[in-house]
Write a protein that binds this ligand. Structure first.
Ligand code: SF4
Ligand code: SF4
Length: 315
C-alpha cells in the first residue's frame, strides 16, 4: 500500500516537473510569438533558448517556423526591393487538405465567386477501399517568364514583373478581353476574371460586409461595390504584397494548419526557404515550359509509404 502511494507520488512529481518544464518553454515561445508580431524578437529568442538549455531541452523545441519566417521577412525588408527574391516552398506531405489557406486568401483579398487565388487540388490514388489522397496547394507561380504577360491581346504594362519577383497586374489595363486572353494563356489556370458577382447577393440579409469592405492589393485601395475595380479585371495571387510591405507573411502561410507552406527571400542564405531548398529534393510544376515558376514543392517520400506526388504522372 505504502509502496503504491510512493510510486504514485513519484509519478505525480515527474508529471508535475514535466508539466512545469513545458509550461515554462510554452510561455517563452508565446512571448516570442507576441514579440514577433510587434517588434524585434532577438532578445526574447535568446531568453527562450537560454531557458530551454537550463531545462535540458533542445533549443529547436522553442523554434517556430512562423516566427523564423517572420524574422526572415523583416531582414529582407531592410534591403532594397531589387535585392529581395521572394519564393514559396510547399511541402505536400504536410498538407491535410483543410482549405484554410483558400478561405483565408478569399477573406484577405475579397475574391468573388469564380476567383480563387489559392486552390488545393486533391489527387486520388488507388481503388476503393485502398484509396490515398495527396494535396497539391497551388496559386500564381509568379513566373519569371510569365506567359500571361506576353499573350496576344494583353496590353503593354498590364502585367509586369516586379524586381522582387512578384508578377503585378495593373487593374486599369487588364480588363475585359485582355484579361480573358491572359487567363487563357496561363498554363497553371491561376488567373481569373472578376465578373462583379458576390456570394451574398440575393440572400435574405443582402450583401455582407466581408464582401463589401475596402481592401488593398498591389498597395492600392479597392472596393468592389458599384462595379469598382477590380471588377472586370484579371486577378490572381500576388503573394499578399500589401501584407509583405507591412512585414506580415502571406495569409495562406500564417493560416496553414498543416505547417506546409513556407515563404521568404531566396537570396538570403539564412532564410528558412533557402535552407529548405538546399536540404530537400524540390520540383516545380510544368518546369519544362521554361517559365521559371517561383513556387517549389518538396518531392520526397514519407518513410514506410509509397512515394505519391505529381511526378508519378508527370515525371
Ligand atoms: S502562374 Fe500564370 S498567372 Fe501567374 S505569372 Fe505564371 S503565367 Fe502568369
Ligand atoms: S491550409 Fe495548409 S494544410 Fe490546409 S489545405 Fe492549405 S496548404 Fe494544405
Amino acid at each position: 500500500m505504502r509502496k503504491t502511494s510512493s510510486a504514485n507520488h513519484a509519478l505525480e512529481t515527474t508529471d508535475r516537473r514535466r508539466f512545469l518544464k513545458l509550461a515554462a518553454v510554452g510561455a517563452a515561445t508565446a512571448a516570442l510569438a507576441t514579440e514577433a508580431v510587434g517588434g524585434p524578437s532577438h532578445r526574447l529568442r535568446r531568453r527562450a533558448h537560454r531557458l530551454a538549455r537550463r531545462l535540458g531541452m533542445k533549443a529547436d523545441r522553442v523554434e517556430n517556423h512562423l516566427i523564423r519566417m517572420q524574422e526572415d521577412l523583416r531582414r529582407a525588408l531592410q534591403k532594397p526591393v531589387e535585392q529581395r527574391d521572394w519564393v514559396m516552398v510547399i511541402d505536400p506531405r504536410k498538407c491535410i487538405g483543410c482549405d484554410s489557406c483558400t478561405i483565408s486568401c478569399k477573406a484577405e483579398n475579397v475574391t468573388p465567386p469564380g476567383v480563387t487565388y489559392r486552390r488545393v487540388p486533391k489527387i486520388e490514388f488507388g481503388a476503393f477501399p485502398n484509396i490515398t489522397w495527396i494535396f497539391m496547394p497551388a496559386n500564381c507561380m509568379q513566373c519569371d517568364h510569365p506567359a500571361c504577360a506576353t499573350a496576344p491581346g494583353v496590353p503593354e504594362g498590364a502585367i509586369s514583373k516586379r524586381p522582387d519577383g512578384i508578377v503585378e497586374i495593373d487593374y486599369a489595363k487588364l480588363r475585359g478581353e485582355a484579361a480573358r486572353a491572359a487567363a487563357r494563356a496561363c498554363p497553371y489556370s491561376a488567373l481569373y476574371v472578376d465578373d462583379g458577382s458576390f456570394y451574398t447577393e440575393n440572400t435574405p440579409h443582402g450583401l455582407q460586409p466581408y464582401e463589401t469592405r475596402d481592401f488593398q492589393e498591389y498597395d492600392q485601395e479597392y472596393n468592389r461595390t458599384q462595379g469598382g475595380l477590380p471588377v472586370g479585371s484579371g486577378r490572381k495571387c500576388h503573394f499578399c504584397l500589401h501584407r509583405l510591405n507591412q512585414a506580415m507573411l502571406p495569409a495562406c502561410v500564417t493560416t496553414c494548419l498543416g505547417g506546409a507552406v513556407f515563404f521568404g527571400d531566396r537570396s538570403d542564405p539564412q532564410s528558412l526557404v533557402s535552407e529548405l531548398l538546399a536540404s530537400h529534393r524540390v520540383i516545380r510544376t510544368r518546369e519544362s515550359l521554361g517559365m521559371e515558376p517561383r513556387v517549389y514543392y518538396i518531392d520526397e517520400p514519407i518513410e514506410g509509404r509509397p512515394h505519391l506526388s505529381c511526378t508519378v504522372c508527370h515525371p
